[in-house]
Design a protein around this ligand. Sequence first.
Ligand SMILES: C=C(O[C@H]1C=CC=C(C(=O)O)[C@@H]1O)C(=O)O
Length: 426
Amino acid sequence: MTPLTFSSSADAPRQAARLVARTFRLDADTLAKLPGGVSSLMGDGARVWLHPGTQLVAHGVAARLELPQGIEGGVAWIKEALASIEAADAVGRPGCGPVALGALPFDRTEPAALVVPAQIVGAASDGTAWVTTIGEGAAPAPHLERAEGHRRSPDSFTLRSALPHEEWCGRVARAVADIQQGALSKVVLARAVDVEANRPIVVEEVLRRLTALYPSCAIFHVDGFLGASPELLLSRRGRAVSSHPLAGTYAVSADVDADRRFAEVLRRSAKDQREHRFVVDAVAAALAPECASLEVPSEPSILSLRNVMHLGTPIHGQLAEAAPDALTLAARLHPTPAVCGTPREAAEAWLGAHEGIRRGLYAGLVGWVDARGDGDWFIGIRSATVDGARARMVAGVGVVAGSSPDAELVETQLKLQAMLAAIIRP
Ligand SMILES: C=C(O[C@H]1C=CC=C(C(=O)O)[C@@H]1O)C(=O)O
């Protein structure tokens, strides 16, 4: 069946009213047939969202939600369109009922789309699991067969930096010089590495490795764009809102004592504190007008991953009564100085002139929103775009006064480890 297409126009809710959604709880017998949980159902074509809070594995498309003017053209209509779908929801958890899921580009004006999947199998952290199906006129019967079939992974790879190291370091030096001249205070410069394999990359396997290596992150896959993001841009559950901005990075070793010392170095680094503060201030300033209360710790804490540790500040608030949905709030925050820079317009202009890569979905928004306005949106970092036997991995670093080009190059290499370890298995 051809999916309905809604675009950011007044008739989206009328179109949505043609759809019917049904959500029911998965019983113990059904769950016993899925020993890996809902992730057992992710084949290569599935849209996947695996986070300790909420897991969603989606198949098919009931509707495409198009944003021809990008998120700049407005996203509030998406929640309204979801709310006008006729829904029978026997579970009532965040992520149940109609959901819009996907990835949105870094560039706010780039045309974008989300989908309302035809089927979503979901799970909450307490083990409650459900299936939602959506169709035109009637909700179809669910398909809960496990994805079978084994495809041979590639065993030969070539890797190439999109820019030679010296050239990329030259751009970091240029950014530092422009910052010293006062043109801007921070810019996040990204670097791409291209992979070519001898056989198509098996997306499902990459996702399984990411899940094993980065269990605290949001593991995602949407049409070849996949990754393990540690950075929560915005989560909304009823009136509760949270964000976890990250910036400031150090290597992680396998030695607990060494890591404790590294964490102390990172905490005391004036350069990293500055780089971090720009992000926290921007997130807090954008959220404050929507909140009845907002808690912003005065000092960052350490978020430790397998390859790197970051300075992170967990921000929590209670939204005002009329506050918008999760996606609208996330779109308002984007792009934060964790992925763009400060001031934002100057950083965007600098990147347009000097970065030399098309970011696409890298450092954009990835996540979901439901018909109540609840949702999770992470920043699409620690990610790659896979197309058959090719993949492009991208990693960026925050450049401020005092940044060293060589150290920033090493930092991109550390960050790239996340996707390298998941994709390159010769
Ligand atoms: C832009 C990226 O990371 C951001 C998130 C955490 C720490 C960062 C940093 O220390 O530069 C970046 O702001 C990336 O991984 O591509």
